[in-house]
Design a protein around this ligand. Structure first.
Ligand SMILES: Nc1ncnc2c1ncn2[C@@H]1O[C@H](COP(=O)(O)OP(=O)(O)O)[C@@H](O)[C@H]1O
Ligand SMILES: [Mg+2]
Length: 317
């Protein structure tokens, strides 16, 4: 049995509640992440991915729902010690590593911040040794510790951000578009590093991206988000090869195909949010572990659609 590390239940994060500019950034989403896996969260800009991550880590107070981490209700964590432990267990790395690194601090001190706050080293020597180890772990040179963030390339800065997150030995890392701002040639290196670290340290990832082709390789399972709603959840294979929600199909149709003939002839699918018909919608399981946001009446329709897609892929191969 796989252990659930993070369970998000009917999470709701509204901003400016009751005002004209109210935003339903996250609107009643539920999903679980198993220990040791990578859960990809994908959707276009503004769909609520970062807000989901920020709320999980405690940067926002949710307007509804529950977050359960490692068996405890995150909103009910009380006491300095327990809070400190949670803040150590859950780390975040960001899209723009430069903006998230203090330009006036040496890399060594940036990485050691969590070590210092949590008293994880008994003296200066142990602290610096640990930083050297971390620099090596992320593929940088220990001599880099005395330099400042601006002296590094984008990819190297992201490695510094990763080292800083690892410094406190977390269980769970939220990776918020960590490769989106990097050159394509560097993206694979950072993804490989994250995957190696995951295998070595049994890390669990929530990996956020706006592009499905980016999360496909790294994710075990994927959740597709649009305008604050989670619309489809399934294994990477299920979403990528036979995703059934029209919004998932639109994302899939936007991925360039390697074959130019196919690329020229293919149709882009444009997703339009259906008008509000007042019907009750929720996440329904259409096949083992494959969920679609729909009405109860639509379950059979999506089950059929999935069967057709599965039959198609079988004839194709
Ligand atoms: N602190 C905030 N106050 C008001 N609106 C916010 C705040 N944070 C995010 N939003 C809004 O919530 C929506 C989702 O944003 P975000 O989670 O950043 O999306 P994504 O990461 O998918 O691009 C956007 O409309 C954004 O403007
Ligand atoms: Mg974002």
């Amino acid at each position: 049995m796989k252990k659930v590390l993070l369970k998000v239940n009917h999470l709701q994060q509204y901003f400016n509640v009751g005002r004209k500019d109210e935003v339903k950034a996250v609107d009643d989403i539920s999903f679980s992440i198993y220990e040791g896996e990578t859960f990809g969260l994908v959707g276009e800009s503004g769909s609520g991915k970062s807000t989901t991550g920020r709320t999980i880590i405690g940067l926002n107070t949710p307007t509804g729902g529950e977050i359960d981490f490692d068996g405890q209700d995150v909103m009910k964590i009380k006491g300095k010690k327990a809070l400190k432990e949670f803040r150590r267990d859950v780390q975040m790395i960001f899209q723009d590593p430069y903006a998230s690194l203090n330009p006036r601090m040496k890399v060594r001190d940036i990485i050691a911040e969590g070590i210092d706050i949590n008293g994880l080293a008994k003296d200066e020597k142990e602290r610096n040794q640990r930083v050297d180890e971390l620099l090596e772990t992320v593929g940088l040179n220990p001599s880099h510790g005395t330099r400042y963030p601006h002296e590094f390339s984008g990819g190297q800065r992201q490695r510094i951000g990763i080292a800083r997150a690892l410094a406190v030995k977390p269980k769970f890392i939220i990776c918020d578009e960590p490769i989106s701002a990097l050159d394509v040639s560097i993206q694979a290196q950072v993804v490989n590093l994250l995957q190696d670290l995951q295998a070595q340290q049994n890390l669990t990832y929530l990996f956020i991206a706006h592009d499905l082709s980016m999360v496909k390789h790294i994710s075990d399972r994927i959740g597709v988000m649009h305008l604050g709603k989670l619309l489809e959840v399934g294994t990477s294979d299920a979403i990528y090869n036979h995703g059934v929600h029209p919004y998932t199909e639109s994302l899939l149709s936007a991925i360039p195909l390697p074959d130019p003939d196919h690329e020229r002839n293919r149709k882009r699918i444009k997703y339009q949010v259906p008008p509000d018909d007042g019907k009750q919608r929720g996440m329904h399981e259409i096949a083992a572990g494959h969920y679609v946001y729909c009405t109860a009446d639509e379950i059979a329709f999506y089950q059929n659609k999935l069967q057709q897609k599965l039959a198609q892929t079988q004839t194709a191969s």
